[in-house]
Design a protein around this ligand. Structure first.
Ligand code: CDP
Ligand code: CDP
Length: 240
């Protein structure tokens, strides 16, 4: 069977990471979280006090930074980690999961030069297929020829509720209203930016999982992937 490139895009808290991770597990594919790369770079910018509106400095920072995604250890997987994230050899898997880093990531993600560097990394990491990559521009910019594209949606209230629960579990004090504001602000910035805005690719399947759990959503996407695999192998057979 051909090994597909699967692109999953959608707003914050729509369930992209959980879905992409589960689909990759079922299909035996590589899972890559592109947002973790923007978050890792944002963490470095915050630590080095690089202004988040200084495009040139941010692009320089991106060019001088090495970010790597690796599969989690069994303990990290049990604790909910999906990709291990390394920033210039330091592991930052947990450190990037704060609301402050998320906001900073969405601000530096508006810089074209930063995106150019990270998109090239993502294309290298996912080259060869057999990969599920999730983010905001995977189906539109990173892998516009992906064989299966999913645009994942859920209502803002449900998405913020999911994020709030995660913050609670980690002991990060935020009210539900603060989390909803954070998610709404990031959504607006991600959808309205000039470069690679969050938008559904015209050939992406829209999946609203407001009332679906991760397992149900994964079953649906795996079914679509199996259909695509079959279509592609039938088409390849016809060409022989
Ligand atoms: O990657 P993204 O921000 O789109 O979402 P996520 O990190 O996969 O999901 C955020 C939280 O919502 C996680 O704790 C998931 O377990 C939960 N979730 C859920 O309860 N039901 C879903 N259908 C999808 C995610
Ligand atoms: O997990 P959540 O959906 O909250 O965010 P994320 O996927 O970790 O991404 C953090 C931020 O990085 C987003 O709000 C986007 O601004 C940016 N991002 C992007 O611009 N392009 C991507 N392919 C992935 C993330």
């Amino acid at each position: 069977m051909p090994r597909l490139t699967i692109a999953i895009d959608g707003p914050a808290g729509s369930g992209k990471s959980s879905l992409a991770k589960r689909v990759a597990q079922i299909l035996g594919y590589l899972y890559l979280d592109s947002g973790a790369m923007y978050r890792a770079l944002a963490l470095k910018a915050l630590r080095e006090k690089v202004a988040l509106d200084n495009s040139l400095a941010l692009e320089d920072l991106a060019r001088g930074t090495h970010i790597e995604l690796k599969p989690p250890t069994p303990e990290q997987e049990a604790a909910g980690s999906k990709n291990r994230v390394f920033l210039d050899t330091e592991e930052v898997t947990q450190a990037i999961r704060t609301a402050e880093v998320a906001q900073a990531a969405s601000r530096l993600a508006t810089t074209a030069g930063v995106r150019e560097v990270l998109v090239a990394e993502q294309q290298r990491a996912g080259a060869g297929g057999g990969v599920v990559m999730e983010g905001r521009d995977i189906g539109t910019v990173v892998f516009p020829r992906a064989e299966l594209k999913i645009f994942l949606e859920a209502s803002p209230e449900v998405r913020a509720g999911r994020r709030w629960k995660e913050h609670q579990e980690k002991g990060e004090v935020m009210t539900p209203a603060q989390v909803l504001d954070e998610v709404r602000e990031r959504d607006r910035r991600d959808r309205e930016r000039k470069v690679s805005p969050l938008v559904r690719a015209s050939d992406a399947v829209l999946v609203d999982n407001t009332a679906m759990d991760v397992e149900e959503t994964a079953r649906l996407v795996v079914m679509l992937a199996r259909e695509r695999e079959k279509e592609l192998s039938t088409a390849a057979g016809r060409e022989l």
